[in-house]
Design a protein around this ligand. Structure first.
Ligand SMILES: CC(C)(COP(=O)(O)OP(=O)(O)OC[C@H]1O[C@@H](n2cnc3c(N)ncnc32)[C@H](O)[C@@H]1OP(=O)(O)O)[C@@H](O)C(=O)NCCC(=O)NCCS
Length: 226
C-alpha cells in the first residue's frame, strides 16, 4: 500500500509502544486498522474481490461487525505508538466464540446489506469452513490481528501476541487461531502454536493452529526485540 504516513522515529523503539484493552468507543478505529492491515491477505482478496477500494470498504464493514462480536465475548487489545493506535488483536473467552442464533442473524444482515450476492456466498463458504474446524474443546479464540503497515517488523505483533498468551497461560488454557499466510504460521509457531489442520478455502490455503495449555513461556530468543 502507498500513501500511508511514515511512523515517527520513536516508533522504532518498541519499548515506547503501550498495550491496553480497547474500549467500545475505540472499536471503529480498531476495525480501520484491521481492514487496512488485512486488506491484501489472500483469503480477503478472494472473498471481497481484487479491486482494493470496494474490498477495503466491504472488509471494514465486515470486520466492524466481527470486532464488536469479539469485544462482547472477550477483549480487544490495542498497541499504541505516540498515542496512535497501530495494532489490534482480538481474543474471545473459552466457550464464547461461536455466535448465538441472534448474533448470527445480526452478522448475516450486516453481510447481506454490505456485499453483492456472490460475495455473500463466498463469506458463507469461508465462515462455514472455519466454524467446522473450530475445536470442540475449550479454547481462547485469537484474532483478528493486524499491525499498521508502517509499523511492521518492529516487534509490535509479537508483543500483542505475547500479552495475550501471558493472560492465557495465567489460567492454563488452550488458544486457537486461523491464518491464510504461511509466514504467519512460522510466526505463530515461535509463540507455541502448532498446526492441527490445513484446508483450502475458496482455493486459498488456510492453517488452523492450537496452542496447548501452559506450554511454558514463548521462546525467549524469538521474543527478543522488546
Ligand atoms: C502478522 C503481523 C500482525 C505481524 O506484526 P508485526 O508487528 O509485523 O510482527 P513482528 O515485528 O512482531 O514480527 C513477528 C514475526 O512475524 C514474522 N513476519 C512478520 N512479517 C513478516 C514478513 N513480511 N515476512 C516474513 N516474516 C514476517 C517474522 O517471523 C517476525 O519475526 P522477526 O521480525 O523476528 O523475523 C503483521 O505482519 C500484519 O499485520 N500482517 C497483515 C495482517 C495479517 O496477516 N494478520 C494476521 C492474520 S492471521
Amino acid at each position: 500500500m502507498t500513501g500511508r504516513p511514515a511512523p515517527p522515529a520513536s516508533a522504532g523503539d518498541t519499548r515506547l509502544v503501550g498495550i491496553r484493552v480497547l474500549t467500545r468507543e475505540e472499536l471503529h478505529a480498531a476495525a480501520v486498522i484491521l481492514a487496512q492491515g488485512m486488506l491484501d491477505n489472500p483469503l480477503h482478496v478472494r472473498v471481497f474481490g481484487s479491486s482494493p477500494v470496494p474490498r477495503e470498504r466491504r472488509l471494514l464493514r465486515f470486520l466492524g461487525g466481527v470486532i464488536g462480536h469479539v469485544e462482547a465475548h472477550g477483549e480487544v487489545l490495542g498497541a499504541f505508538a505516540g498515542g496512535e493506535l497501530v495494532g489490534v488483536l482480538g481474543m474471545m473467552e473459552p466457550g464464547r466464540c461461536r455466535p448465538t442464533l441472534r448474533e448470527r442473524l445480526r452478522l448475516g444482515c450486516l453481510i447481506v446489506a454490505g456485499n453483492p450476492p456472490a460475495t455473500v456466498l463466498r463469506i458463507r463458504r469461508w465462515l462455514s469452513v472455519w466454524a467446522r474446524n473450530d475445536p470442540a474443546g475449550p479454547h481462547w479464540h485469537i484474532g483478528p490481528l493486524a499491525v499498521a503497515e508502517a509499523y511492521r517488523r518492529r516487534g509490535i505483533g509479537r508483543r500483542l501476541m505475547m500479552h495475550c498468551c501471558e493472560q492465557i497461560d495465567a489460567v492454563a488454557a488452550a488458544a486457537y487461531l486461523e491464518t491464510d499466510l504461511a509466514r504467519n504460521v512460522t510466526f505463530y509457531e515461535t509463540l507455541g502454536f502448532a498446526v492441527i489442520q490445513r484446508e483450502t478455502v475458496l482455493g486459498v490455503p488456510n492453517w488452523f493452529m492450537l496452542r496447548p495449555p501452559s506450554p511454558g513461556r514463548p521462546d525467549e530468543a524469538a521474543a527478543s526485540p522488546v
